[in-house]
Write a protein that binds this ligand. Structure first.
Ligand SMILES: Nc1nc2c(ncn2[C@@H]2O[C@H](COP(=O)(O)OP(=O)(O)OP(=O)(O)O)[C@@H](O)[C@H]2O)c(=O)[nH]1
Length: 384
């Protein structure tokens, strides 16, 4: 199979439509996919693009590597594509590719067709504190190229570094960027190309929220997860529930009531507190053990009659809920409902796991056959 055909199949099979298990903590099965397809390049990609110093590396470090925002001041400029594979520690089984500022599409060594074919989402970062005329030109060039190669890519525009702007200025900047970018697309008769816009900053939770939405669009079981959360909260007297990827604090699903930033921030902070306390007091004396495991559970009562409740769901996922103190009096009911919820989530994953095994056993020996499969933490890989 030529590289071209392979990449086409990779793009065609991209869709997070099968989850896998990895929620028991027994002996881990060998990662069959990894054995068969050792190339990490076969994982679906999220690309981070934009002009120099727009904040791409900072976003990647803050969201996936717990770097504090102030430390990003010392990041050096990226001068080659940096491929970050976070699937070992996160539910998000993607590669995040951080591009150097100015990608030259005419450089023959830059095989953009190959890159865009295996891409799920392209995040274009625009520095809102800078003059963004050049960035808009670059955005247009990038998305039109990418769209021609792979029209299934989700195009996401982060209007970034908005911490330096007043509320009015933020809205006005987003409106202006939105208008100009869409006018450029209309002039090129590309009205079908949809851009989504987010106001982001690494100095607050907006970057985590925006990344959550980007990742959620790549999870095709999202409606099932939302449904399960809806059933769980309505039967337990809970006000809001998030299913979090613990390491990145991205929420991969929530119930269908609107998300308000304060609730999301509260839940993120709770994860930080639990992991920090657990790192200090939860590890064994010889430093072994894990700060997050199947026994992870925390209840925090706030002084405004609100209770925060966190419980482990899978190796990478945790449920964080907000509820009133009166509802928490029925803790037995909540625990029982949680037990059913957890079981249902595992069943969603198990169905995919069984399907995956079926696919593997059916896999012919021909080296040219591509089989859609799932990785341990849920998102698909392609076996060649
Ligand atoms: N105020 C503010 N500064 C930010 C934010 N995000 C990143 N920065 C700063 O922007 C500068 C550039 O960030 P980088 O992450 O290195 O930018 P980059 O896009 O990766 O740059 P190249 O590697 O040159 O392409 C750093 O000094 C960051 O501290 C933000 O949300 N707000």
């Amino acid at each position: 199979m030529s590289d071209h055909e392979y990449e086409e199949q990779l793009a065609g099979s991209f869709g997070v439509d099968t989850f896998s298990k990895d929620f028991d903590y027994g002996v881990e099965e060998p990662d069959t996919e990894e054995t068969l397809s050792s190339s990490t390049d076969s994982k679906p990609r999220i690309l981070l693009m934009g002009l120099r110093r727009s904040g791409k590396s900072s976003i990647q470090k803050v969201v996936f590597h717990k770097m504090s925002p102030n430390e990003t001041l010392f990041l050096e400029s990226t001068n080659k594509i940096y491929k970050d594979d976070i699937s070992g520690s996160s539910f998000v089984n993607f590669q995040i590719w951080d591009f150097p500022g100015q990608v030259d599409f005419f450089d023959p060594t830059f095989d953009y067709e190959m890159i865009f074919r295996g891409t799920g989402a392209l995040i274009f970062v625009i520095d809102a504190q800078d003059d963004y005329v050049e960035a808009l030109g670059r955005l247009h060039l990038t998305v039109t190229r990418a769209y021609r190669v792979n029209p299934n890519i989700n195009f996401e525009v982060f209007v970034h570094k908005v911490d330096g702007l007043s509320d009015d200025h933020k809205i006005e900047t987003q409106r202006d960027i939105h208008q100009r970018a869409n006018d450029d697309l209309a002039d090129a008769s590309l009205e079908k190309l949809h851009l989504s816009f987010y106001l982001t900053s690494i100095y607050d939770h907006s970057i985590f929220e925006a990344f959550s939405k980007v990742v959620q669009k790549l999870i095709s079981q999202l409606p099932t997860l939302e449904n399960l959360l809806n059933i769980f909260i309505s039967n337990s007297g809970i006000e809001k529930a998030f299913l979090f990827d613990v390491v990145s604090k991205i929420y991969i699903a929530t119930d269908s009531s609107p998300v308000d930033m304060q609730s999301y921030e509260l839940c993120c902070d709770m994860i930080d507190v639990v992991i920090d306390v657990s790192c200090i007091y939860g590890l064994k004396e010889d430093g072994t053990g894990s700060a997050y495991d199947k026994d992870s559970l925390a209840i925090i009562k706030l002084n405004n009659t609100t209770v925060l409740y966190l419980k482990e769901v899978t190796k990478f996922l945790s449920l964080v809920c907000i509820l009133r103190e009166e509802s928490f009096e029925k803790k037995g009911l909540i625990d029982y409902n949680f037990h059913c919820f957890r079981k249902a989530i595992h069943e969603v994953f198990e169905v995919a796991s069984v399907a995956r095994k079926g696919l593997l056993s059916m896999q012919p020996s021909s080296p040219c056959t591509t089989v859609k499969s799932t990785a341990l933490n849920g998102t698909p890989r392609v076996l060649v």
